[in-house]
Design a protein around this ligand. Structure first.
Ligand code: HMG
Ligand code: MG
Length: 301
């Protein structure tokens, strides 16, 4: 088994994490948090979303956050966009990269975006068209790829077909979201085998929520399969308010610790990452959901 020398980590806490908090943090705290993350060596930080504030009020200040953070030239700052209205708002503040989202599950699509899967693809096509004209790069999420809280089983073939459609549209990366954390290593392997018939492995990323504590094991399985891009969230923040059972993402601290231990480079400074996790956890009034943060936090503070 040979693992890659380098893995790209995509930090999603400012978006996936803060969208799921009952409280809305002050804008300045979000800005300070993202600035801390920018200083850790993370190559990609999903900064916020431009969705309806009626649906996600916690991120209604996305424009101000995006404009106010100190952007490093070697870091990408994508934002999540559900439709043309969101894209126009993102363009207005100079966003260079977006993330779009759909799912193989009809019911989850209705709950999360108030539209069918087919309709969501039409929306994405419009967004991609407009984004390309602005030279904006597009990442694409597929949610509930290993199970849906409303429909149960999800067919891997459908995930592969959707991934292929999104890649053909011009999305540069297809993110496989285990939104409710129901994956297990054999399921991950089967999913990747089937999806890879449609989307070359180099375009795939994994985005695992840690509902049942298996996200890190599942990441290891994905690494064995050859995945080179991992989404994660500092302090284990995360979840989708429209997916029952979606708890935090795998903690970035724990992913970096695993990869460090395997001799795989991420370019991320674990101490700085732990500090960022502690900063946001303090503002949220909770303990970081990261074994590594808890074990090493005191030692390095
Ligand atoms: P809708 O209610 O059907 O849309 O929502 P609408 O077109 O009827 O608009 C309703 C109101 O929202 C209108 O305002 C629009 O102008 C406004 P009003 O006229 O009533 O005052 N609106 C907007 N405002 C700002 N920005 C926009 C926007 N769009 C409409 N972009 C919609 C449809 C898609 C907008 C809604 O369902 C939505 O925003 N959904 C997003 C929900 C969300 O953010 N979920 C979490 C992210 S996905 C996730 O977490 C999974 C992921 O992490 C991967 C994984 O874990 O698997 C990515
Ligand atoms: Mg997510």
């Amino acid at each position: 088994m040979t693992f890659p020398h380098h893995i790209k980590i995509v930090e999603v806490s400012p978006r996936d994490g803060l969208q799921n908090e009952a409280q809305t943090l002050p804008t300045q705290v979000k800005i300070d948090f993202i600035n801390l993350l920018s200083d850790t060596g993370l190559p990609v930080i999903e900064t916020t979303s431009f969705v309806s504030p009626k649906w996600i009020p916690q991120l209604a200040d996305g424009g101000e956050v995006y404009q106010s953070i100190q952007k490093k030239p070697n870091v990408n700052y994508p934002v999540l966009v559900p439709n043309l209205k969101g894209l126009e708002a993102a363009i207005a503040v100079g966003v260079k990269e977006i993330a779009v989202f759909t799912t193989p599950s009809e019911q989850f699509s209705q709950k999360n975006a108030n539209c069918s899967v087919t309709e969501s693809l039409h929306r994405i096509a419009e967004v991609v068209d407009r984004a390309k004209k602005q030279r904006i790069r597009i990442r694409a999420y597929l949610s509930c790829v290993l199970g849906c809280p409303y429909e149960g089983k999800v067919m891997p073939e459908k995930v592969g077909e959707l991934g292929e459609i999104l890649l053909r549209m011009g999305c540069y990366e297809i993110v496989l979201g285990d939104t409710i954390g129901v994956g297990t290593p054999p399921k991950i392997k089967r999913l990747l085998e089937i999806v890879c018939r449609h989307v070359p492995l180099k375009y795939l990323a994994v985005h695992f929520h840690d509902t049942y504590g298996l996200a890190l094991v599942n990441i290891y399985s994905a690494l064995e399969f050859g995945i080179g891009i991992i989404d994660s969230s500092v302090a284990g923040l995360g979840g989708c308010p429209y997916a029952k059972g979606a708890s935090g993402n795998i903690a970035t601290e724990d992913v970096v610790h695993l990869l460090n231990g395997m001799g795989i480079d991420t370019g991320v400074d674990l101490k700085k990452l732990i500090a960022a996790g502690r900063f946001i956890s303090k503002h949220l009034g909770r303990t970081p959901q990261s074994k590594v943060n808890l074990a090493l936090g005191e030692a390095i503070s």
